[in-house]
Design a protein around this ligand. Structure first.
Ligand code: GDP
Length: 295
């Protein structure tokens, strides 16, 4: 994960390694290298620049130049700032509803159906919940089949109605079904499109209004870099969602989406997808991710 970024950051700190004393020039050089590493990882220019400015300020404030281990101290400042940038404290999902309604949003192919299954499995096995999966993609029959396959795999009931092609009443019927079955969580998988468009936004926003979810999650493919961030912004403007799910972090992703998304939409990353299997789900911990990035 983020191998390229980790290598580049490691190199950025190289000039400082083992030095008892460093100069302002060393710090400036390191900041330049860090900024370059972030830009290469597809972090946008403004975020990268503000990041290194904050690190520089903190380094001055903590008197890095006259500390005993300046390299170590500077690395720690970068690590803490990276964790802060990615989200501060870890955030869970709201399970207080009776049932709790969780609405998935995102583009087609982002990993919504896969994540819906992963989340259902996680809530069932780790939180002793009884979830119901609801198939609301009325455009692609294959998407309904896919959710049924996922449900069978994890032993979770799936509600679908191939006769109904209105996603709003489908979602409402899903919530009613959950009550009837005594399920305490409803996960609504919605249709996405290949790019942001008005029809998709109107549809997801109508579902959102109709079911008033406890939790609206935005699912995004981390491999899409800056596009991921732009898409997040578009969905957040319409839905004011509660959290982000970053999928495909097991792939050859550069890391830009993970690093920038929180500061652009000001919503926490809640989970990450690290594979196609139902178990490949991790709760997102910004501090752990920062440690991983810095190697
Ligand atoms: P949807 O259109 O948003 O519902 O997306 P899908 O759930 O169908 O996922 C699209 C593709 O991405 C599928 O082939 C999934 O197996 C794959 N996928 C989803 N999440 C992950 C992940 O975390 N890692 C990897 N490697 N593949 C994933």
């Amino acid at each position: 994960m983020f191998d390229n970024l980790s290598d580049k950051l490691d190199k950025a700190f190289h000039v400082l390694k083992g030095r008892g004393q460093i100069t302002e020039i060393n710090v400036a050089e390191t900041m330049k290298e860090i900024r370059r590493a972030l830009l290469d990882a597809d972090v946008n220019f403004k975020i990268a620049k503000e990041f290194t400015n904050r690190v520089k300020e903190k380094a001055l404030g903590q008197d890095v130049l006259s500390s005993i281990k300046p390299g170590q101290l500077l690395t720690k400042i970068v690590r803490d700032e990276l964790a802060e940038l990615m989200g501060g404290e870890a955030a869970g999902v709201d399970l207080s509803g009776q049932p709790s309604v969780i609405l998935m949003s995102g583009l087609q192919g982002s990993g919504k159906t896969t994540f819906s299954g992963k989340l259902a499995r996680y809530l069932k096995t780790k939180k002793s919940k009884k979830p119901l999966l609801v198939a609301c993609d009325v455009y692609r029959p294959a998407a309904i089949d896919q959710l049924h396959v996922v449900g069978d795999q994890i032993g979770v009931e799936v509600y679908s109605d191939r006769e109904n092609n209105d996603p709003v009443t489908l979602a409402q019927a899903g919530v009613a079904k959950a009550k009837e079955l005594g399920c305490n969580v409803v996960i609504i998988d919605t249709a996405g499109r290949l790019a942001v468009d008005e029809t998709m936004m109107t549809e997801i926003s109508s579902i959102h209004k109709a079911v008033q979810p406890n939790e609206t999650l935005f699912v995004v493919d981390s491999m899409t870099g800056q596009d991921a961030v732009n898409t997040a912004k578009a969905f957040n403007d319409v839905l004011d969602f509660d959290g982000v799910i970053l999928t495909k972090l097991d792939g050859d992703t550069r890391g830009g989406a993970a690093i920038s998304i929180k500061s652009v939409v000001n919503k926490p990353i809640k989970f990450i997808g690290t594979g196609e299997k139902m178990e490949a789900l991790d709760v997102f911990y910004p501090e752990r991710m920062a440690d991983r990035i810095l190697g």
